[in-house]
Design a protein around this ligand. Sequence first.
Ligand code: NAD
Length: 418
Amino acid sequence: MATLFDHTLGRLIEATKHLDLDPSVLEKLKQPLETTQVRLPIRMDDGTTKTFTGWRCRYDDSLGPTKGGIRFYPHVNAGEVEGLALTMTVKCAVMNLPFGGAKGAVKVDPGSLSNTEIERLSRAFMRSCANVIGPNRDIPAPDVGTNETTMAWMMDEYSTIVGKRTPAVITGKPVVLGGSLGRDDATARGAYYIIQYKADTLGLEPGATVAIQGFGNAGKNFAKLADALGCKIVAVSDSKGAIHAPAGLDYGELLAAKRRGSVINMAGSAGVSEIPGDALVAVECNLLALAALENMVHKDNARSVRAYVIVELGNGPVTPEADEILEDMQVKILPDILANAGGVTVSYFEWLQNCQGESWSLEEVHERLKTMMEMEADAVWAYALKRDITLRKAANVLALSRIGAAMAALGTDRFFKD
Ligand code: NAD
């Protein structure tokens, strides 16, 4: 079965058709710069020792120090970490950030550990990887199963190792330790700014109907912003199932239902019915927001999509086969490498603030994020129009042209031949 790595690399190979690119650029991008595997023996609370496996992959550093999250997740392996690190490489290039891409992981179910065990594991991961990580080398951030507290422990451990307080080594920290305001909803907000800016081009009118798959950090914050924009949220799902309300769902009630365990707790209220979780993508709506897992829209369900715009808040929710079907159906997709890049962009702001000893107001973070999302959305749209290709292809072409330019400036085969 094709993996996220295969999908991401395949999309880059496709993008080379639209560029005069030195072949050595793609050749280099076929493999990561380095993947470190570490053994993490942890003293458990009962006195026994348990050994976990961790990875840190720095995929490519042509554009700058590498950047990417660390996930604590039971079903992860080196290949998946490398696929996610390649995606980060492309995403940072689309946003024109001075970063390459990276990703890290520990194979663990954090729910099975106590807080003190998670602290020991976080510190052990940083100790084992400290030689590849650094504020000008590789800068981690939170991901699935990790959070601001995990980042605080890792920053503290790194600072102890190097003998000086180093907040810029990691982003997504608590604000009191140098975290940035506005990081919590940055992913959803970045997508929201693009949708607001390109609403006319996308054919989205005030009061547009929205279906949202996934009601975690990305999906919940997107629901809040869409609601504030005057959109009508007609369906929402999470891992337990989905609900449908053609007349619209109340955001406050959705939040309350989720706090009680799942959005499906709203089923049975006036006008709200429960539907199978996998029926959400087929709900009649204008905008479908995918904020759950990978491969949720695939060749077998792509034809059932009724929305005319899809926004990928999650990573890799639409497979390449589904891409082709949706392109034929003229459904516009705001691709993950642009649409959910608000998170890494505010992480970049956090790193900048730490490097400069500054602390920006929430208004400043929002203003800068809006400017950057609109600027790179314009760049992607311009490539798409010029070459008559989809936004995803255009974003990949843009990323590859930037990575290629950096590699050329560092000296490629062509440099030596000319
Ligand atoms: P999260 O764990 O907070 O939320 C995930 C949500 O998806 C949960 O509500 C869960 O119940 C739901 N879900 C799981 N399986 C589902 C299914 N089969 N059908 C419907 N819903 C399902 O995670 P998150 O941080 O919101 O991340 C979601 C996606 O966005 C991931 O792909 C992640 O990599 C991506 N992403 C997140 C950020 C961020 O800043 N949080 C940044 C970039 C990308």
